[in-house]
Design a protein around this ligand. Structure first.
Ligand code: PMP
Ligand code: GLN
Length: 382
């Protein structure tokens, strides 16, 4: 594999002139004043030379203040925060730091593509526990059954890409109990923490017994619509953060200095900013879900993230990969075949993911194209 499915599908969108509802990036930038803060930092010479290894103090303080404001968590900005090159590096550094060859890491599949790669880079083995439609709720008996003497950690992602499932406080409590009972670590990828439309986001670190065993990961990419800046962060106990930092320093050493100043300002935006992001995306979720259902897809309505998973069997297709490779030609739309997120490929073969972090008129154009293709001679069916 020379490229990720996201890059492949974005390239296909460009060459075919398709509407790109594949790779998860917004088609409008985040707040102007935050972009201006980044530009000002560059011009003022702030962060143009290697910033401190753990991240600039202003950003570490802002991460801690955000954890306090949103979840009432006390995080020491000096000992418990590490700035990374996006959540992607945070995931890599955490897994390489915490896993030894021969260890097992349990993750709910379908999972974000870098999880499998990073567990492999750490020399460990991934153990999938499958989330199944229509509701994709985690099967906690299956989770318990997957734990062995070699299990080192559970890799969690809620809100969950690609299914959009948001784990309930009760589910998280049971996962936390299992982690404590079996003395496991939890790496919790919470990059969609502000994209919850039904239910509530609870950081698993806030649950009893979890503060010493959880590495929490988030990122400015989704929250502030600057996916190109690659600023993420890790929070956790001083011991765990030190372990992750020890790896990070040999992956990238430090991360985009001027952007750190801007993200520090972004994290201090008022609650209204975060509420507006959620409200905007909730409306887009509703719009895209209704339109896809109208075009004949089976739609699994997401409670969070900016993705919706569909099933194309309702359109007469058995294979989501084939469907996605054909969709640009048939309809001028690009989506992601969810099978790439599964080890157990049979479970995801007919699922297709669409992103709704796009302007309203772009979503409308995509739905119009899908509707027209559905009515056309070839149709969206076989
Ligand atoms: N985790 C999940 C679940 C994601 O969907 C993504 C993609 N944004 C990432 C991590 C990577 O985030 P970043 O762009 O900050 O590296
Ligand atoms: N997180 C984005 C998605 O799931 C893509 C990020 C990437 O291309 N690596 O679509």
């Amino acid at each position: 594999m020379g490229t990720t499915i996201f890059a492949e599908m974005s390239a296909l969108a460009t060459t075919t002139g398709s509407v790109n509802l594949g790779q998860g990036f917004p088609d409008t930038d985040g707040p102007r004043e935050i972009a201006a803060a980044a530009a000002a930092a560059v011009m003022a010479g702030r962060g143009n030379q290697y910033p401190p290894g753990p991240g600039i103090p202003e950003l570490r303080q802002a991460v801690a203040a955000h954890q306090k404001r949103c979840y009432g968590l006390d995080v020491d900005p000096d000992a418990q925060v590490l700035v990374t090159a996006g959540a992607t590096e945070a995931i890599a550094a955490a897994l390489i730091a915490l896993l030894e060859p021969g260890d097992e890491a349990i993750a709910f599949e379908p999972y974000y593509d870098s999880y499998a790669a990073c567990i492999a880079m750490a020399g460990a083995t991934r153990v999938p526990v499958t989330l199944r439609p229509p509701d994709f709720r985690p099967d906690l008996d299956a989770l318990r059954a997957a734990i062995t003497g070699r299990t080192r950690l559970i890799l969690l992602n809620s809100p969950h890409n690609p299914t959009g499932v948001v784990f309930t406080p009760g589910e998280l409590a049971r996962i936390a109990e299992l982690a404590c009972a079996h003395d496991l670590l939890v790496v919790s990828d919470e990059v969609y923490e502000h994209m919850v439309y039904d239910g509530v986001h609870v950081p698993i670190v806030s649950l009893p017994g979890m503060s010493g065993r959880t590495v929490t990961i988030s990122s400015a990419a989704k929250m502030f619509s600057f996916t190109g800046w690659k600023i993420g962060w890790v929070t956790g106990s001083p011991e765990l953060v030190t372990a992750v930092r020890t790896v990070k320093q040999f992956l990238t050493y430090v991360t985009g200095g001027p952007f750190q100043y801007a993200v520090a300002e972004a994290l201090a935006l008022p609650d209204d900013y975060f509420a507006a992001v959620t409200a905007d995306l909730r409306a887009k979720r509703d719009f895209l879900c209704a339109g896809l259902a109208g075009a004949g897809f089976e739609v699994y309505r997401p409670a969070g993230t900016y993705f919706v998973t569909t099933d194309v069997r309702a359109l007469g297709h058995a294979d989501g990969m084939e469907f996605c490779r054909e969709l640009p030609r048939r309809a001028g739309v690009v989506a992601i075949p969810s099978v790439v997120f599964y080890d157990n490929t049979d479970a995801g073969r007919s699922q297709v993911r669409f992103a709704f972090c796009k302007q309203q008129h772009v979503l409308a154009e995509a739905l119009g194209r899908l509707a027209r293709a559905g009515r056309g001679e070839a149709g969206l069916g076989d």
